[in-house]
Write a protein that binds this ligand. Structure first.
Ligand code: SF4
Length: 216
């Protein structure tokens, strides 16, 4: 299938993916917890992030407690997370900035979010879509991998994917993409050994069709 043809079909592809899984709901409601756990999630498995975030919020119940955390104790607590040393420093600093600059609130715009330590585009977009119901595409490892496998984009980095998707995809789908693709990436389009045989979009998928051709 040519790329142009795939572009025309992207709505059909998205709808099939949305119908095939339940959306992934963020485990935390309070914006500061969504923000901190998304900072922790970078380069870490979802299950590990969730488990350690819960431990963190049991130990530090407020932003103020997190701001005043002993850094060694904080590092020890989040040790199972990738890059835990840098992340411990970042989340302590974020707690301080939120209290001192934003009155304990999380900013609801991308410019301010990107100024916080450890916050990149994916983290900012998760916060804006989950906490403030704004139209952003949060491109994590699942979204990046699946969009490239299907062939909706042909990109090297999540940042490039985000940019490309914003050009191609209607805004009404932006918020939904992350929550469905995370589940789809865990249940069907797994990082290794994707379950192509049961995949509802295999007929549109570049990866599947290329493999089929090679196997012939
Ligand atoms: Fe992923 Fe396979 Fe489905 Fe393509 S056909 S989206 S590679 S599971």
């Amino acid at each position: 299938m040519f790329l142009g043809e795939k572009m025309k079909n992207y709505e059909k592809i998205l709808r099939k993916i949305f119908e095939s899984v339940e959306p992934h709901k963020h485990p935390f409601k309070e914006p500061w917890k969504v923000l901190i756990s998304t900072i922790l999630s970078q380069r870490t498995k979802d299950e590990t992030t969730e488990k350690i975030s819960k431990l963190l919020y049991d130990r530090y119940k407020t932003l103020d407690e997190l701001k005043n955390a002993n850094i060694d104790e904080l590092m020890e607590l989040i040790k199972g997370i990738g890059f835990y040393r840098a992340k411990a420093k970042n989340i302590k600093e974020v707690a301080k900035i939120l209290i001192e600059k934003y009155n304990g609130n999380v900013p609801d715009n991308k410019e301010d979010l990107l100024l916080l330590p450890g916050v990149g585009s994916k983290t900012a977009n998760i916060v804006l879509s989950v906490c403030f119901d704004k139209d952003y595409i949060a491109v994590d490892t699942h979204v990046h991998r699946i969009m490239n496998r299907i062939g909706i984009v042909n990109t090297k980095t999540p940042e490039e994917t985000e940019k490309k998707l914003m050009e191609i995809i209607d805004k009404k789908y932006w918020k939904k993409i992350n929550e469905y693709f995370v589940e789809f990436g865990k249940k069907i389009c797994l990082p290794r050994n994707p379950k192509c045989e049961i995949c509802p979009v295999k007929n549109y998928c570049k990866y599947y069709n290329e493999r089929k051709t090679v196997a012939r």
